[in-house]
Design a protein around this ligand. Structure first.
Ligand SMILES: C[S@@+](CC[C@H](N)C(=O)[O-])C[C@H]1O[C@@H](n2cnc3c(N)ncnc32)[C@H](O)[C@@H]1O
Length: 248
């Protein structure tokens, strides 16, 4: 098995609605704080809409824009937990961090107000502090249905974060893990780790993004398999994308 490729529109197709009005989402426009790619935000919001988690855990808050994007689009009862280093845990791990990660951590620690502070959904966002590799997630067991792994990008950290996510989500259906930075040439270890993990675990890579995900819901796996099958056969027949409305 290898990482399975899917097109963005296959992920959007997991959200079934009767009208466009039901597909309206809210996202932070780029321009003020460092902002994730809009396509990646849309994919994460679509997965979160399909899974409808009671609790969402983000590993790696940074400036909190993606945290806000997720919280804005979950149900009012859902809680978003977001973990990042504080000064103390940063001092403990900084010498072992990837140099790019160390710079990002410094920006997180120096950023002052996070994007979701002062927003309408701030009360549904819980900040957690510490090194994800040694963080005790036991108080979150039974509360989380979706984990977004975007903290440290070295293989030790990604492995530890993946193990924590799998423990938190064990037995919960539907549930989902999303990883960022697959294919990022700055972090080749992360891509190798996910390629290796795909030997035992179904992992999808969303083309044109650096996102990968695993979903524990056989219905969603089946929908993605069907969508890819018809996409690939249309590609073979016409040499072009098989989505009738031309979307990606
Ligand atoms: C790429 S940024 C996160 C971006 C954010 N998720 C977004 O989409 O806007 C990575 C963050 O992970 C944090 N981080 C790095 N290593 C960590 C660790 N071992 N434990 C917790 N957080 C970590 C960094 O301090 C940084 O703020």
């Amino acid at each position: 098995m290898t990482v399975r490729r899917v097109r963005p529109h296959h992920v959007f197709g997991l959200v079934e609605t009767e009208s466009c009005a039901e597909r309206v989402v809210k996202v932070v426009l780029p321009g003020m704080a460092p902002t994730p790619l809009l396509l990646e935000t849309a994919i994460i919001v679509a997965m979160a809409t399909a899974v409808n988690p009671a609790g969402f855990l983000e590993i790696g808050t940074y400036v909190g824009v993606q945290t806000l994007n997720v919280a804005l689009n979950l149900s009012d009862s859902a809680v978003v937990y977001t973990l990042d280093l504080d000064d103390e845990s940063f001092r403990e791990i900084e010498s072992g961090q990837h140099p790019v990660d160390r710079d990002i951590s410094l920006r997180h620690l120096g950023c002052g107000k996070l994007a979701f502070e002062g927003s309408d959904c701030e009360s549904r966002i819980m900040r957690l502090h510490g090194d994800s590799k040694s963080y005790d997630f036991s108080s979150l067991v039974g509360k989380i249905d979706m984990v977004y792994i975007d903290g440290g990008h070295d293989s030790t950290t990604v492995r530890a974060d993946t193990d924590s996510a799998r423990r938190l989500l064990a037995g919960r259906t539907p549930s989902c893990i999303v990883w960022h930075d697959y294919g990022n040439r700055v972090y080749p270890e992360l891509t190798r780790f996910l390629d290796g993990l795909s030997e035992e675990f179904t992992i999808y890579h969303v083309e044109e993004t650096k996102l990968c995900f695993h979903v524990s819901d056989p219905t969603i796996d089946q929908k993605l398999a069907n969508a890819m099958r018809s996409y690939c056969s249309a590609e073979r027949r016409h040499g072009a994308a098989g989505n009738p409305d031309g979307s990606e």
